[in-house]
Design a protein around this ligand. Structure first.
Ligand code: XIL
Length: 325
Protein backbone atom coordinates (compact mmCIF):
# COMPACT_ATOMS: atom_id res chain seq x y z
CA UNK A 1 0.00 0.00 0.00
CA UNK A 2 1.50 3.32 -1.13
CA UNK A 3 -0.26 5.60 1.33
CA UNK A 4 1.63 6.35 4.54
CA UNK A 5 0.24 5.44 7.95
CA UNK A 6 0.11 9.14 8.70
CA UNK A 7 -1.92 10.04 5.58
CA UNK A 8 -4.42 7.30 6.26
CA UNK A 9 -4.70 8.25 9.90
CA UNK A 10 -5.31 11.88 8.96
CA UNK A 11 -7.92 10.99 6.36
CA UNK A 12 -9.69 8.85 8.95
CA UNK A 13 -9.57 11.05 12.05
CA UNK A 14 -6.96 9.12 13.98
CA UNK A 15 -3.86 10.33 15.79
CA UNK A 16 -1.20 7.72 15.00
CA UNK A 17 1.78 8.22 17.25
CA UNK A 18 4.97 6.98 18.80
CA UNK A 19 7.20 7.87 21.70
CA UNK A 20 10.39 9.69 20.73
CA UNK A 21 13.82 9.92 22.31
CA UNK A 22 16.30 12.74 22.04
CA UNK A 23 19.43 10.80 21.01
CA UNK A 24 18.05 9.07 17.90
CA UNK A 25 16.18 12.24 16.97
CA UNK A 26 19.39 14.24 16.76
CA UNK A 27 21.67 11.44 15.53
CA UNK A 28 19.70 9.24 13.14
CA UNK A 29 18.40 10.57 9.80
CA UNK A 30 16.31 7.48 9.03
CA UNK A 31 14.64 7.77 12.40
CA UNK A 32 13.66 11.37 11.72
CA UNK A 33 12.42 10.60 8.22
CA UNK A 34 10.16 7.74 9.22
CA UNK A 35 8.91 9.62 12.27
CA UNK A 36 7.74 12.63 10.26
CA UNK A 37 6.41 10.52 7.39
CA UNK A 38 4.36 7.95 9.31
CA UNK A 39 3.14 9.67 12.49
CA UNK A 40 1.09 12.74 13.35
CA UNK A 41 1.57 12.76 17.13
CA UNK A 42 4.56 12.11 19.37
CA UNK A 43 5.15 11.51 23.07
CA UNK A 44 8.55 12.36 24.57
CA UNK A 45 9.79 9.00 25.90
CA UNK A 46 11.69 10.56 28.81
CA UNK A 47 12.51 14.21 28.09
CA UNK A 48 9.54 15.74 29.93
CA UNK A 49 9.81 13.61 33.07
CA UNK A 50 10.58 15.31 36.40
CA UNK A 51 14.19 14.13 36.59
CA UNK A 52 14.99 15.54 33.15
CA UNK A 53 13.08 18.83 33.40
CA UNK A 54 13.89 19.84 37.00
CA UNK A 55 17.14 18.06 37.93
CA UNK A 56 17.83 20.65 40.64
CA UNK A 57 15.25 22.50 42.66
CA UNK A 58 13.64 25.24 40.57
CA UNK A 59 16.40 24.99 37.92
CA UNK A 60 14.56 23.81 34.86
CA UNK A 61 16.23 22.18 31.90
CA UNK A 62 14.09 22.05 28.77
CA UNK A 63 16.89 21.39 26.28
CA UNK A 64 15.91 17.87 25.18
CA UNK A 65 12.15 18.40 25.43
CA UNK A 66 12.40 21.65 23.45
CA UNK A 67 14.14 19.82 20.63
CA UNK A 68 11.32 17.27 20.44
CA UNK A 69 8.66 19.96 20.54
CA UNK A 70 10.46 21.93 17.83
CA UNK A 71 10.56 18.82 15.61
CA UNK A 72 6.85 18.17 16.19
CA UNK A 73 5.89 21.76 15.40
CA UNK A 74 8.06 21.84 12.24
CA UNK A 75 6.45 18.64 11.02
CA UNK A 76 2.92 19.61 12.05
CA UNK A 77 2.67 16.78 14.56
CA UNK A 78 0.71 16.98 17.80
CA UNK A 79 2.37 16.34 21.18
CA UNK A 80 1.32 14.24 24.17
CA UNK A 81 3.08 15.69 27.20
CA UNK A 82 4.39 12.88 29.40
CA UNK A 83 4.28 12.94 32.40
CA UNK A 84 3.71 15.38 35.29
CA UNK A 85 3.45 13.05 38.30
CA UNK A 86 4.94 9.57 38.42
CA UNK A 87 6.59 7.42 41.09
CA UNK A 88 9.59 6.94 38.78
CA UNK A 89 12.04 9.49 37.32
CA UNK A 90 11.88 11.49 40.54
CA UNK A 91 15.19 13.39 40.94
CA UNK A 92 17.37 12.70 44.02
CA UNK A 93 16.78 16.19 45.44
CA UNK A 94 13.06 15.40 45.72
CA UNK A 95 13.51 11.79 46.80
CA UNK A 96 16.05 12.50 49.51
CA UNK A 97 14.83 15.92 50.63
CA UNK A 98 12.72 14.66 53.56
CA UNK A 99 10.12 17.33 52.72
CA UNK A 100 6.96 17.91 54.73
CA UNK A 101 3.55 17.56 53.15
CA UNK A 102 3.26 21.31 52.64
CA UNK A 103 6.74 21.57 51.12
CA UNK A 104 6.17 18.67 48.75
CA UNK A 105 2.85 20.16 47.63
CA UNK A 106 4.65 23.40 46.83
CA UNK A 107 7.37 21.52 44.94
CA UNK A 108 4.83 19.62 42.86
CA UNK A 109 2.75 22.73 42.20
CA UNK A 110 5.81 24.69 41.08
CA UNK A 111 6.98 21.82 38.86
CA UNK A 112 3.62 21.41 37.14
CA UNK A 113 3.06 25.15 36.74
CA UNK A 114 6.45 25.91 35.20
CA UNK A 115 6.58 22.85 32.95
CA UNK A 116 3.03 23.19 31.63
CA UNK A 117 3.34 26.97 31.19
CA UNK A 118 6.60 26.55 29.27
CA UNK A 119 4.78 24.50 26.62
CA UNK A 120 1.41 26.24 26.88
CA UNK A 121 -0.49 26.19 23.59
CA UNK A 122 1.80 23.55 22.06
CA UNK A 123 0.69 20.43 23.93
CA UNK A 124 -2.43 18.61 22.75
CA UNK A 125 -2.76 16.61 25.96
CA UNK A 126 -0.84 15.85 29.14
CA UNK A 127 -0.50 12.59 31.01
CA UNK A 128 -1.00 14.37 34.30
CA UNK A 129 -0.84 11.39 36.64
CA UNK A 130 0.88 8.17 35.61
CA UNK A 131 0.49 4.74 37.25
CA UNK A 132 -1.03 5.74 40.61
CA UNK A 133 -2.70 2.37 41.26
CA UNK A 134 -1.51 -1.14 42.14
CA UNK A 135 -2.68 -4.36 40.49
CA UNK A 136 -5.05 -5.07 43.38
CA UNK A 137 -6.74 -1.70 42.97
CA UNK A 138 -5.15 0.02 45.97
CA UNK A 139 -3.30 3.32 45.68
CA UNK A 140 0.36 2.85 44.82
CA UNK A 141 2.70 3.82 47.62
CA UNK A 142 5.02 6.49 46.31
CA UNK A 143 6.66 9.59 47.69
CA UNK A 144 3.65 11.58 46.46
CA UNK A 145 1.04 9.31 48.02
CA UNK A 146 2.91 8.68 51.25
CA UNK A 147 3.66 12.35 51.89
CA UNK A 148 0.66 14.19 50.46
CA UNK A 149 -2.02 11.48 50.53
CA UNK A 150 -4.35 10.50 47.63
CA UNK A 151 -5.34 14.14 47.05
CA UNK A 152 -2.08 14.71 45.17
CA UNK A 153 -3.95 13.27 42.18
CA UNK A 154 -6.71 15.85 42.03
CA UNK A 155 -4.31 18.66 42.94
CA UNK A 156 -2.15 17.73 39.95
CA UNK A 157 -5.13 17.94 37.59
CA UNK A 158 -6.18 21.32 38.99
CA UNK A 159 -2.69 22.75 38.75
CA UNK A 160 -2.19 21.47 35.19
CA UNK A 161 -5.52 22.97 34.15
CA UNK A 162 -4.66 26.34 35.67
CA UNK A 163 -1.35 26.38 33.78
CA UNK A 164 -2.85 25.50 30.36
CA UNK A 165 -6.67 25.46 30.27
CA UNK A 166 -6.68 24.28 26.62
CA UNK A 167 -4.63 21.10 27.02
CA UNK A 168 -6.57 17.87 27.46
CA UNK A 169 -5.70 16.16 30.74
CA UNK A 170 -5.27 12.40 31.09
CA UNK A 171 -4.84 9.71 33.71
CA UNK A 172 -2.52 7.03 32.27
CA UNK A 173 -1.81 3.46 33.44
CA UNK A 174 -0.86 -0.12 32.44
CA UNK A 175 -2.55 -3.51 32.95
CA UNK A 176 -5.90 -1.76 32.87
CA UNK A 177 -7.00 -3.21 29.52
CA UNK A 178 -8.99 -6.06 31.07
CA UNK A 179 -11.88 -5.79 33.52
CA UNK A 180 -9.89 -6.37 36.69
CA UNK A 181 -9.49 -4.90 40.20
CA UNK A 182 -7.14 -2.22 38.87
CA UNK A 183 -9.40 -0.95 36.08
CA UNK A 184 -12.40 -1.20 38.45
CA UNK A 185 -10.65 0.92 41.09
CA UNK A 186 -9.53 3.52 38.56
CA UNK A 187 -13.05 3.66 37.15
CA UNK A 188 -14.61 4.32 40.58
CA UNK A 189 -11.93 6.83 41.49
CA UNK A 190 -12.08 8.85 38.26
CA UNK A 191 -15.88 8.82 38.43
CA UNK A 192 -15.62 10.50 41.83
CA UNK A 193 -13.17 13.07 40.49
CA UNK A 194 -15.49 13.82 37.59
CA UNK A 195 -18.41 14.29 40.00
CA UNK A 196 -16.26 16.79 41.89
CA UNK A 197 -15.62 18.68 38.63
CA UNK A 198 -11.90 17.95 38.62
CA UNK A 199 -10.65 18.84 35.13
CA UNK A 200 -9.93 15.47 33.56
CA UNK A 201 -10.60 14.62 29.94
CA UNK A 202 -9.36 11.14 29.31
CA UNK A 203 -7.75 7.91 30.30
CA UNK A 204 -4.71 6.39 28.61
CA UNK A 205 -4.47 2.62 28.31
CA UNK A 206 -0.75 2.04 27.93
CA UNK A 207 -1.09 -1.45 26.39
CA UNK A 208 2.42 -2.72 27.12
CA UNK A 209 1.74 -6.33 26.14
CA UNK A 210 5.05 -7.57 27.47
CA UNK A 211 4.73 -9.90 30.43
CA UNK A 212 1.27 -11.26 29.88
CA UNK A 213 -0.43 -11.91 26.53
CA UNK A 214 -3.77 -12.41 28.26
CA UNK A 215 -5.41 -9.26 26.96
CA UNK A 216 -9.12 -9.81 26.40
CA UNK A 217 -10.30 -7.58 23.59
CA UNK A 218 -13.96 -7.74 24.60
CA UNK A 219 -12.92 -6.45 28.05
CA UNK A 220 -10.83 -3.65 26.53
CA UNK A 221 -13.93 -2.72 24.56
CA UNK A 222 -16.06 -2.84 27.74
CA UNK A 223 -13.52 -0.62 29.51
CA UNK A 224 -13.56 1.90 26.65
CA UNK A 225 -17.33 1.98 26.85
CA UNK A 226 -17.60 2.45 30.60
CA UNK A 227 -14.96 5.20 30.69
CA UNK A 228 -16.54 6.86 27.63
CA UNK A 229 -19.76 6.80 29.65
CA UNK A 230 -18.06 9.20 32.07
CA UNK A 231 -17.34 11.50 29.14
CA UNK A 232 -13.69 10.45 28.79
CA UNK A 233 -11.55 10.07 25.74
CA UNK A 234 -10.06 6.54 25.89
CA UNK A 235 -6.74 6.26 24.07
CA UNK A 236 -3.99 3.72 23.48
CA UNK A 237 -0.92 5.56 24.72
CA UNK A 238 2.14 3.26 24.88
CA UNK A 239 1.59 0.08 22.93
CA UNK A 240 4.36 -2.46 22.36
CA UNK A 241 3.95 -6.22 22.04
CA UNK A 242 6.61 -8.72 22.99
CA UNK A 243 7.10 -11.57 20.50
CA UNK A 244 8.43 -13.84 23.20
CA UNK A 245 4.98 -14.29 24.63
CA UNK A 246 4.10 -17.08 22.24
CA UNK A 247 5.61 -20.48 21.50
CA UNK A 248 6.99 -21.82 18.25
CA UNK A 249 8.92 -20.48 15.28
CA UNK A 250 9.82 -16.84 14.81
CA UNK A 251 7.20 -16.67 12.06
CA UNK A 252 4.51 -17.89 14.44
CA UNK A 253 5.58 -15.46 17.12
CA UNK A 254 5.46 -12.53 14.72
CA UNK A 255 2.01 -13.64 13.60
CA UNK A 256 0.76 -13.64 17.19
CA UNK A 257 2.31 -10.21 17.74
CA UNK A 258 0.51 -8.90 14.64
CA UNK A 259 -2.80 -10.27 15.87
CA UNK A 260 -2.42 -8.44 19.16
CA UNK A 261 -1.49 -5.10 17.58
CA UNK A 262 -4.30 -5.49 15.04
CA UNK A 263 -6.92 -6.54 17.60
CA UNK A 264 -6.17 -3.56 19.83
CA UNK A 265 -6.30 -1.05 16.96
CA UNK A 266 -9.59 -2.59 15.86
CA UNK A 267 -11.13 -2.03 19.31
CA UNK A 268 -9.83 1.55 19.18
CA UNK A 269 -11.44 2.15 15.79
CA UNK A 270 -14.75 0.71 16.94
CA UNK A 271 -15.02 3.24 19.76
CA UNK A 272 -15.28 6.93 18.90
CA UNK A 273 -13.84 7.74 22.34
CA UNK A 274 -10.50 6.31 21.12
CA UNK A 275 -8.79 9.04 19.17
CA UNK A 276 -5.19 7.98 19.32
CA UNK A 277 -3.01 4.93 18.96
CA UNK A 278 0.49 5.65 20.21
CA UNK A 279 3.35 3.13 19.92
CA UNK A 280 6.01 2.98 22.61
CA UNK A 281 8.71 3.23 19.96
CA UNK A 282 8.37 2.37 16.26
CA UNK A 283 11.69 0.61 15.66
CA UNK A 284 13.28 -2.36 17.42
CA UNK A 285 16.55 -0.42 17.14
CA UNK A 286 15.76 1.76 20.15
CA UNK A 287 13.12 -0.13 22.11
CA UNK A 288 13.24 0.14 25.90
CA UNK A 289 12.10 -3.52 26.12
CA UNK A 290 15.68 -4.66 25.50
CA UNK A 291 16.82 -3.15 28.78
CA UNK A 292 13.67 -3.38 30.80
CA UNK A 293 13.67 -5.07 34.23
CA UNK A 294 11.92 -8.45 34.16
CA UNK A 295 10.82 -9.64 30.76
CA UNK A 296 13.00 -8.48 27.84
CA UNK A 297 12.56 -8.66 24.10
CA UNK A 298 14.45 -7.39 21.04
CA UNK A 299 11.54 -7.31 18.60
CA UNK A 300 8.43 -5.63 20.07
CA UNK A 301 7.96 -2.85 17.47
CA UNK A 302 6.35 -2.57 14.04
CA UNK A 303 9.66 -1.74 12.26
CA UNK A 304 12.72 -3.94 12.71
CA UNK A 305 16.22 -2.71 13.56
CA UNK A 306 16.96 -1.90 9.91
CA UNK A 307 13.75 0.09 9.61
CA UNK A 308 12.07 -2.59 7.54
CA UNK A 309 8.34 -2.65 8.27
CA UNK A 310 6.94 -5.92 9.62
CA UNK A 311 3.73 -7.29 8.03
CA UNK A 312 1.68 -5.58 10.78
CA UNK A 313 2.61 -2.19 9.30
CA UNK A 314 0.33 -2.67 6.27
CA UNK A 315 -2.19 -4.53 8.41
CA UNK A 316 -2.64 -1.44 10.60
CA UNK A 317 -3.34 0.65 7.49
CA UNK A 318 -6.08 -1.73 6.39
CA UNK A 319 -7.73 -1.60 9.81
CA UNK A 320 -7.71 2.20 9.76
CA UNK A 321 -9.48 2.24 6.38
CA UNK A 322 -11.92 -0.56 7.16
CA UNK A 323 -13.12 0.86 10.44
CA UNK A 324 -13.98 4.54 9.99
CA UNK A 325 -15.06 6.37 13.13
C1 XIL B 1 10.19 4.11 30.09
C2 XIL B 1 11.18 4.53 29.00
O1 XIL B 1 10.78 3.92 27.80
C3 XIL B 1 12.58 4.11 29.38
O2 XIL B 1 13.51 4.63 28.45
C4 XIL B 1 12.92 4.60 30.80
O3 XIL B 1 14.16 4.09 31.18
C5 XIL B 1 11.85 4.18 31.79
O4 XIL B 1 10.59 4.62 31.35
N1 XIL B 1 5.30 3.43 31.41
C6 XIL B 1 5.48 4.76 31.14
C7 XIL B 1 6.70 5.21 30.42
O5 XIL B 1 4.56 5.57 31.40
O6 XIL B 1 7.11 6.50 30.80
C8 XIL B 1 7.84 4.24 30.61
O7 XIL B 1 8.93 4.65 29.78
C9 XIL B 1 7.39 2.83 30.27
C10 XIL B 1 6.28 2.40 31.17
Amino acid sequence: MKQTLRNLAEQNQLYMGTCVSYDPLVQDTFYREILAREFNILTPENAMKFQWTEPEQNKFNFKEADKLVEFAVQNKMKIRGHTLVWHQAVPPWVKNGKFTKKELMEILHNHIRKLVQHYKGRIYCWDVVNEAFETDGSFRHSLWYDTIGPDYIEMAFQWAHEADPDALLFYNDYDTENLNPKSDAIYSYLKKLKEKDIPIDGIGFQCHILDNPDIRLNELDANFKRFAGLGFQTDITEIDVSIQLSEGTLEKKIKKQSELYAGILKVCRENTSCKMFVLWGFTDKYTWVRYRKGHQDDLPCIFDEQYQPKPIFNELKKIIIKNPP
